[in-house]
Design a protein around this ligand. Sequence first.
Ligand SMILES: [Zn+2]
Length: 266
Amino acid sequence: MRAAGEAGLDVVAITDHDTTAGWEPAVKALPEGLQLVRGMEMSCEGRGQDGRPVPVHLLAYLFDPEHPGFAEERRRLRRERETRIRAMAELMAADGLPIDVDVLTAAAGPSLGRPHLARALIEAGIVESVAEAFRGPLRTGSPYYVPKKDTPLEDAVRLVTEAGGVAVVAHARARTRGRLLDLDHVRELVPLGLGGLEVDHPDHSAEDAAVLRILADELGLAITGSSDYHGINKPIALGAFTTDPAQFEALIAKASGVPVFSREDS
Ligand SMILES: [Zn+2]
Protein backbone atom coordinates (compact mmCIF):
# COMPACT_ATOMS: atom_id res chain seq x y z
CA MET A 1 0.00 0.00 0.00
CA ARG A 2 2.89 2.33 0.77
CA ALA A 3 4.48 1.50 -2.58
CA ALA A 4 1.16 2.22 -4.35
CA GLY A 5 1.00 5.61 -2.64
CA GLU A 6 4.61 6.33 -3.58
CA ALA A 7 3.85 5.32 -7.19
CA GLY A 8 1.41 8.25 -7.27
CA LEU A 9 -1.78 6.20 -7.63
CA ASP A 10 -5.21 7.57 -6.56
CA VAL A 11 -6.77 4.12 -6.34
CA VAL A 12 -5.31 0.66 -5.82
CA ALA A 13 -6.99 -2.76 -5.80
CA ILE A 14 -5.74 -5.71 -3.78
CA THR A 15 -6.65 -8.93 -5.59
CA ASP A 16 -4.72 -11.84 -4.11
CA HIS A 17 -5.57 -15.22 -5.59
CA ASP A 18 -8.50 -16.95 -3.86
CA THR A 19 -8.16 -15.17 -0.49
CA THR A 20 -9.25 -11.98 1.25
CA ALA A 21 -6.62 -12.39 4.01
CA GLY A 22 -4.79 -9.29 2.78
CA TRP A 23 -7.80 -6.95 3.09
CA GLU A 24 -7.37 -6.07 6.76
CA PRO A 25 -3.60 -5.41 6.63
CA ALA A 26 -4.16 -3.38 3.45
CA VAL A 27 -6.81 -1.23 5.17
CA LYS A 28 -4.44 -0.69 8.12
CA ALA A 29 -1.48 0.22 5.90
CA LEU A 30 -3.40 2.47 3.49
CA PRO A 31 -1.79 5.91 3.22
CA GLU A 32 -3.87 9.08 3.16
CA GLY A 33 -5.07 10.15 -0.28
CA LEU A 34 -5.12 6.60 -1.67
CA GLN A 35 -8.41 4.74 -2.19
CA LEU A 36 -8.53 0.98 -1.74
CA VAL A 37 -10.67 -1.44 -3.74
CA ARG A 38 -10.88 -4.71 -1.87
CA GLY A 39 -11.01 -7.64 -4.26
CA MET A 40 -9.68 -11.01 -5.25
CA GLU A 41 -8.57 -12.91 -8.33
CA MET A 42 -10.24 -16.27 -8.81
CA SER A 43 -9.01 -19.32 -10.68
CA CYS A 44 -11.76 -20.38 -13.06
CA GLU A 45 -12.37 -22.70 -15.94
CA GLY A 46 -13.79 -21.27 -19.15
CA ARG A 47 -14.32 -22.45 -22.71
CA GLY A 48 -11.35 -22.04 -25.02
CA GLN A 49 -11.47 -20.93 -28.65
CA ASP A 50 -10.96 -24.60 -29.55
CA GLY A 51 -13.98 -25.62 -27.44
CA ARG A 52 -11.83 -27.29 -24.76
CA PRO A 53 -11.64 -26.05 -21.12
CA VAL A 54 -9.14 -23.26 -20.52
CA PRO A 55 -7.92 -21.61 -17.28
CA VAL A 56 -9.38 -18.12 -16.85
CA HIS A 57 -8.81 -15.56 -14.12
CA LEU A 58 -11.79 -13.62 -12.84
CA LEU A 59 -11.34 -10.42 -10.85
CA ALA A 60 -13.92 -10.01 -8.09
CA TYR A 61 -14.16 -6.51 -6.71
CA LEU A 62 -15.98 -5.09 -3.66
CA PHE A 63 -17.92 -8.24 -2.72
CA ASP A 64 -19.23 -9.06 0.74
CA PRO A 65 -16.62 -11.44 2.22
CA GLU A 66 -19.28 -12.95 4.53
CA HIS A 67 -21.56 -14.17 1.74
CA PRO A 68 -21.81 -17.88 2.69
CA GLY A 69 -21.86 -19.46 -0.79
CA PHE A 70 -18.91 -17.44 -2.01
CA ALA A 71 -16.93 -17.90 1.24
CA GLU A 72 -17.38 -21.67 0.92
CA GLU A 73 -16.15 -21.63 -2.68
CA ARG A 74 -13.03 -19.68 -1.61
CA ARG A 75 -12.34 -22.28 1.09
CA ARG A 76 -12.71 -25.03 -1.50
CA LEU A 77 -10.28 -23.24 -3.85
CA ARG A 78 -7.67 -22.83 -1.10
CA ARG A 79 -7.98 -26.52 -0.12
CA GLU A 80 -7.61 -27.39 -3.79
CA ARG A 81 -4.46 -25.23 -3.98
CA GLU A 82 -2.92 -26.83 -0.91
CA THR A 83 -3.61 -30.39 -2.12
CA ARG A 84 -2.16 -29.58 -5.53
CA ILE A 85 1.00 -27.84 -4.30
CA ARG A 86 1.63 -30.64 -1.80
CA ALA A 87 1.27 -33.23 -4.58
CA MET A 88 3.65 -31.30 -6.86
CA ALA A 89 6.20 -30.86 -4.04
CA GLU A 90 6.03 -34.57 -3.21
CA LEU A 91 6.64 -35.51 -6.86
CA MET A 92 9.70 -33.22 -6.86
CA ALA A 93 10.99 -34.60 -3.56
CA ALA A 94 10.51 -38.18 -4.80
CA ASP A 95 12.60 -37.25 -7.85
CA GLY A 96 15.46 -36.06 -5.63
CA LEU A 97 14.82 -32.30 -5.70
CA PRO A 98 15.49 -30.79 -2.24
CA ILE A 99 11.94 -29.50 -1.67
CA ASP A 100 10.41 -29.85 1.82
CA VAL A 101 6.65 -29.56 1.56
CA ASP A 102 6.14 -28.75 5.27
CA VAL A 103 8.74 -25.97 5.24
CA LEU A 104 7.15 -24.64 2.07
CA THR A 105 3.56 -24.61 3.38
CA ALA A 106 4.60 -23.14 6.75
CA ALA A 107 6.34 -20.21 5.04
CA ALA A 108 3.48 -19.48 2.60
CA GLY A 109 0.38 -17.38 3.29
CA PRO A 110 -3.19 -18.72 3.34
CA SER A 111 -3.39 -19.22 -0.43
CA LEU A 112 -0.69 -21.58 -1.67
CA GLY A 113 0.39 -21.37 -5.27
CA ARG A 114 3.06 -22.25 -7.76
CA PRO A 115 4.99 -19.00 -6.99
CA HIS A 116 5.68 -20.46 -3.52
CA LEU A 117 7.10 -23.60 -5.14
CA ALA A 118 9.08 -21.37 -7.51
CA ARG A 119 10.72 -19.59 -4.57
CA ALA A 120 11.56 -22.94 -2.95
CA LEU A 121 13.17 -24.04 -6.24
CA ILE A 122 15.21 -20.82 -6.33
CA GLU A 123 16.36 -21.32 -2.73
CA ALA A 124 17.31 -24.91 -3.56
CA GLY A 125 19.41 -23.63 -6.48
CA ILE A 126 17.37 -25.53 -9.10
CA VAL A 127 16.30 -22.41 -11.02
CA GLU A 128 17.36 -18.78 -10.97
CA SER A 129 14.03 -16.99 -11.31
CA VAL A 130 10.28 -17.42 -10.90
CA ALA A 131 9.90 -17.07 -14.67
CA GLU A 132 12.41 -19.88 -15.25
CA ALA A 133 10.52 -22.11 -12.77
CA PHE A 134 7.26 -21.46 -14.65
CA ARG A 135 8.90 -22.30 -17.99
CA GLY A 136 10.48 -25.42 -16.47
CA PRO A 137 9.39 -27.68 -13.60
CA LEU A 138 6.13 -25.79 -12.88
CA ARG A 139 4.81 -25.59 -16.45
CA THR A 140 1.64 -27.36 -17.56
CA GLY A 141 2.79 -30.72 -18.91
CA SER A 142 5.88 -30.94 -16.71
CA PRO A 143 6.29 -34.35 -14.97
CA TYR A 144 5.68 -32.50 -11.68
CA TYR A 145 2.52 -30.72 -12.86
CA VAL A 146 -0.70 -31.55 -11.01
CA PRO A 147 -3.94 -29.85 -12.12
CA LYS A 148 -6.46 -28.33 -9.72
CA LYS A 149 -10.23 -28.11 -10.01
CA ASP A 150 -11.08 -24.48 -10.68
CA THR A 151 -14.52 -22.85 -10.47
CA PRO A 152 -16.60 -22.96 -13.68
CA LEU A 153 -16.63 -19.38 -15.00
CA GLU A 154 -20.46 -19.13 -14.94
CA ASP A 155 -20.60 -20.19 -11.29
CA ALA A 156 -17.87 -17.71 -10.36
CA VAL A 157 -19.62 -14.77 -12.05
CA ARG A 158 -22.90 -15.75 -10.38
CA LEU A 159 -21.29 -16.07 -6.91
CA VAL A 160 -19.41 -12.76 -7.13
CA THR A 161 -22.57 -10.98 -8.29
CA GLU A 162 -24.72 -12.61 -5.57
CA ALA A 163 -22.15 -11.45 -2.99
CA GLY A 164 -22.65 -7.85 -4.15
CA GLY A 165 -19.36 -7.72 -6.03
CA VAL A 166 -18.52 -6.87 -9.58
CA ALA A 167 -16.92 -9.56 -11.75
CA VAL A 168 -14.32 -8.61 -14.36
CA VAL A 169 -12.66 -11.09 -16.73
CA ALA A 170 -8.89 -10.67 -16.25
CA HIS A 171 -6.33 -10.53 -19.09
CA ALA A 172 -8.53 -12.47 -21.53
CA ARG A 173 -6.04 -12.14 -24.43
CA ALA A 174 -2.81 -12.95 -22.58
CA ARG A 175 -1.45 -15.16 -25.36
CA THR A 176 1.83 -15.94 -23.60
CA ARG A 177 -0.15 -17.77 -20.90
CA GLY A 178 -1.50 -20.37 -23.32
CA ARG A 179 -4.73 -21.03 -25.21
CA LEU A 180 -7.29 -18.23 -25.33
CA LEU A 181 -10.80 -17.91 -23.94
CA ASP A 182 -13.63 -18.00 -26.51
CA LEU A 183 -14.99 -14.45 -26.59
CA ASP A 184 -18.50 -15.88 -27.11
CA HIS A 185 -18.11 -17.29 -23.60
CA VAL A 186 -17.67 -13.69 -22.40
CA ARG A 187 -20.97 -12.76 -24.11
CA GLU A 188 -22.72 -15.62 -22.29
CA LEU A 189 -21.57 -14.23 -18.92
CA VAL A 190 -23.31 -10.87 -19.35
CA PRO A 191 -26.81 -12.08 -18.34
CA LEU A 192 -25.21 -13.74 -15.27
CA GLY A 193 -23.93 -10.36 -14.04
CA LEU A 194 -20.48 -9.88 -15.61
CA GLY A 195 -19.51 -6.26 -14.94
CA GLY A 196 -16.28 -5.60 -16.81
CA LEU A 197 -13.38 -6.64 -18.97
CA GLU A 198 -9.71 -6.04 -18.18
CA VAL A 199 -8.43 -4.43 -21.37
CA ASP A 200 -5.13 -2.70 -20.58
CA HIS A 201 -2.71 -5.27 -19.18
CA PRO A 202 1.04 -5.96 -19.60
CA ASP A 203 0.31 -9.29 -21.36
CA HIS A 204 -2.01 -7.75 -24.00
CA SER A 205 -0.81 -6.50 -27.37
CA ALA A 206 -2.32 -3.22 -28.62
CA GLU A 207 -4.39 -5.21 -31.16
CA ASP A 208 -5.77 -7.58 -28.54
CA ALA A 209 -6.59 -4.69 -26.21
CA ALA A 210 -8.47 -3.02 -29.08
CA VAL A 211 -10.54 -6.19 -29.69
CA LEU A 212 -11.48 -6.33 -26.00
CA ARG A 213 -12.30 -2.61 -25.87
CA ILE A 214 -14.77 -2.99 -28.76
CA LEU A 215 -16.34 -6.06 -27.13
CA ALA A 216 -16.69 -4.28 -23.76
CA ASP A 217 -18.36 -1.28 -25.46
CA GLU A 218 -20.73 -3.56 -27.35
CA LEU A 219 -21.71 -5.46 -24.18
CA GLY A 220 -21.93 -2.41 -21.88
CA LEU A 221 -19.08 -3.66 -19.69
CA ALA A 222 -16.70 -1.46 -17.69
CA ILE A 223 -13.18 -1.31 -19.12
CA THR A 224 -10.33 -1.73 -16.66
CA GLY A 225 -6.57 -1.46 -16.83
CA SER A 226 -4.10 -2.67 -14.25
CA SER A 227 -0.46 -3.57 -13.77
CA ASP A 228 -1.11 -7.04 -12.28
CA TYR A 229 1.74 -6.10 -9.94
CA HIS A 230 3.10 -9.20 -8.17
CA GLY A 231 5.80 -7.77 -5.91
CA ILE A 232 9.09 -9.57 -6.39
CA ASN A 233 7.50 -12.40 -8.42
CA LYS A 234 7.20 -10.37 -11.65
CA PRO A 235 9.19 -7.45 -13.05
CA ILE A 236 6.08 -5.32 -13.82
CA ALA A 237 5.86 -1.90 -12.09
CA LEU A 238 2.95 -0.72 -9.94
CA GLY A 239 0.66 1.54 -11.99
CA ALA A 240 2.09 0.38 -15.34
CA PHE A 241 -1.52 0.29 -16.62
CA THR A 242 -4.44 2.16 -15.08
CA THR A 243 -8.24 2.48 -15.31
CA ASP A 244 -9.94 5.56 -16.74
CA PRO A 245 -11.73 7.50 -13.92
CA ALA A 246 -15.13 7.37 -15.70
CA GLN A 247 -14.78 3.60 -16.17
CA PHE A 248 -13.82 3.27 -12.51
CA GLU A 249 -17.01 5.11 -11.49
CA ALA A 250 -19.07 2.84 -13.78
CA LEU A 251 -17.41 -0.21 -12.23
CA ILE A 252 -17.94 0.71 -8.58
CA ALA A 253 -21.55 1.76 -9.29
CA LYS A 254 -22.25 -1.93 -10.00
CA ALA A 255 -21.01 -3.10 -6.57
CA SER A 256 -22.87 -3.28 -3.25
CA GLY A 257 -20.75 -5.64 -1.10
CA VAL A 258 -18.14 -3.42 0.58
CA PRO A 259 -17.42 0.24 -0.26
CA VAL A 260 -14.22 1.65 -1.70
CA PHE A 261 -12.13 2.42 1.40
CA SER A 262 -10.06 5.48 2.17
CA ARG A 263 -8.25 6.70 5.30
CA GLU A 264 -10.73 9.58 5.57
CA ASP A 265 -13.57 7.04 6.13
CA SER A 266 -12.09 5.55 9.29
ZN1 LIG B 1 -4.38 -13.34 -13.41
